[in-house]
Design a protein around this ligand. Structure first.
Ligand code: GDP
Length: 302
């Protein structure tokens, strides 16, 4: 994850720290290298521009260059800007954007995304986390009537992680399944109901309409978009398309384990305004991390 970016930035920072005094030109040279590193990591161009402008202004505008450890301070400015780019709110120390489950149960989490993004896997991973780490009673329901094996896949994963799934009734439409899931969750006094909606190959109107109809029935507290980090800026574009249609509350970025560049993670918040709440880091059910901007920044900066 972020391997090449980490290497490149490490090189730039070693140079900065190695110098005693810093001139404005030194900072500008370093920022040129940071710019190239971010572009090579596939970060969206406007995001890179804003980042470099902000950091440069802070680094040369203040008393940084006249301080005793200018290199250290520039590195700190880059670190803070990186945390912000990853979604850390200023003053909050780069904390994770946590799931909001503050509603009358059953609290509904609706999972949305394109086919193959890792939606079903992520649904089960989050259900496991809620059960094991927060002691929640969780019910999962697959509304994916498009992909024949989808409902069965969720059932099998549910067995693996010890989370109940709504019994499958062949031939039901997604809105009917959503209604039944709500009834069942209420009857069983479930804390959290997770709805795994159908994916599509592309963003299309039918998909959006279906999602809206389900949302109208289930009034989700969280609507999480699952996107594949390996698709880079496409993941960010998909997030933009979805957020124009439904009220997304966060993003789950999957396949971070295979993503050496990290462009989607680094651009998502700035481009879409949506926080990354979880990162998928493998196929196993335990391979899910709560996305902490400060920790990710530390990983990048080594
Ligand atoms: P869906 O069509 O969006 O529901 O996608 P699935 O949940 O079926 O996932 C598709 C494939 O991606 C499966 O083989 C998953 O095991 C795999 N997958 C999902 N998330 C991750 C992840 O974070 N890392 C890796 N390496 N594989 C993942």
């Amino acid at each position: 994850m972020f391997d090449s970016l980490s290497d490149r930035l490490g090189g730039v920072f070693d140079k900065l720290r190695g110098r005693g005094a810093l001139k404005e030109q030194d900072v500008r040279d370093a920022m040129r290298e940071v710019r190239i590193a971010l572009l090579e990591a596939d970060v969206a161009l406007p995001v890179v521009r804003r980042f470099i402008d902000q950091v440069t202004e802070k680094a040369i505008g203040q008393s940084v260059l006249r301080s005793v450890t200018p290199g250290q301070q520039v590195v700190k400015i880059v670190n803070d800007a990186l945390i912000e780019m990853l979604g850390g709110e200023e003053g909050q120390g780069g904390q994770a954007a946590e799931l909001d489950l503050n509603a009358a149960p059953p609290v509904v989490i609706m999972m949305v995304g394109l086919q193959g993004s890792g939606k079903t896997t992520s649904t089960a991973k989050i259900a496991r986390l809620l059960r094991e780490k927060q002691g929640k009673k969780v019910l999962m329901a697959s509304l994916d009537v498009n992909r024949p094996a989808a409902q069965e896949q969720l059932r099998v994963l549910g067995e693996q992680v010890g989370v109940a799934t709504l019994p499958i009734i062949a031939g039901q439409q997604p809105t009917e399944i959503a209604t039944r899931a709500m009834q069942s969750a209420r009857l069983q006094a479930v804390d959290v109901l997770m709805l795994d909606t159908a994916g599509r190959l592309h963003v299309d109107q039918q998909l959006m309409d279906e999602m809206k109809a389900v949302a109208a029935i289930a009034t989700p507290r969280e609507t999480l978009l699952v996107v594949d980090s390996l698709t880079g800026q496409d993941a960010v574009n998909v997030a933009q398309s979805f957020s124009g249609e439904v009220d997304l509350t966060g993003v789950v970025l999957t396949r971070m384990d295979g993503d050496a560049r990290g462009g989607a993670a680094l651009s998502m918040r700035a481009v879409t305004g949506k926080p990354i709440k979880f990162a998928g880091t493998g196929e196993k059910m335990e391979a899910l991390e709560v996305f902490h901007p400060s920790r990710v920044a530390n990983r990048i900066l080594g």
